[in-house]
Design a protein around this ligand. Sequence first.
Ligand code: SF4
Length: 224
Amino acid sequence: MNKKTITEVISILREETRKFNTPIVTKLAKKDKDPFIILISTVISSRTKDETTRKVTEKLFKHVKTAKELATIDEEKLASLIFPAGFYRVKAKNLKRLGQELITRFNGNVPETIEELVSLPGVGRKTANLVLVEAFGKYGVCVDTHVHRISNRLGFVKTRTPLETEREIRKKLPKDLWKEYNKILVAFGQNICKPTNPRCDLCPVNKLCEKVGVRSKYLRGDRR
Ligand code: SF4
């Protein structure tokens, strides 16, 4: 798919997804510009439903507001505060170490480069890119499961892993669309281009989509 068509698809999806809920980290970032809050929320949101992330972060940030408080909190208490987020015990361990590293290596602040962010416990490229975009307004391409799946279905990229997708999207997507790419595709993936049985019958980009590897009982429908 060429750049012009990709831009057209994103423009249609931007309009389409206005009516859907904003993904949780973007919503939290709008409310609270603190990079620490955004980083911790992003780590918790991995493999966790948006509604659970919302409830859990609300609870957590009543007790923990700084890297120092995170570094010194009892790990069991931290696990109980972030329960029932996915993998809450592993996350509690990583978050406590993350707090300690922010103190010892970054003077209690959240670093602003992708290399430094991915060097922190529990922080992968997906989280690092989202923090760059949402906390610092920098250019990043956050590829989560929705972005990887939909970019391939649409025919924007032909990749096997999220890392390959990130590399290809950085080459193919005009830079001015990078920051909103995740927000648009997550909302679209949660509501229409779902993991199983995507709603191709309701899809506003049905005619432009290459439907690579798509199987859906709604595949034949077309609302245009
Ligand atoms: S046509 Fe189907 S597979 Fe393609 S983007 Fe729309 S919902 Fe997803």
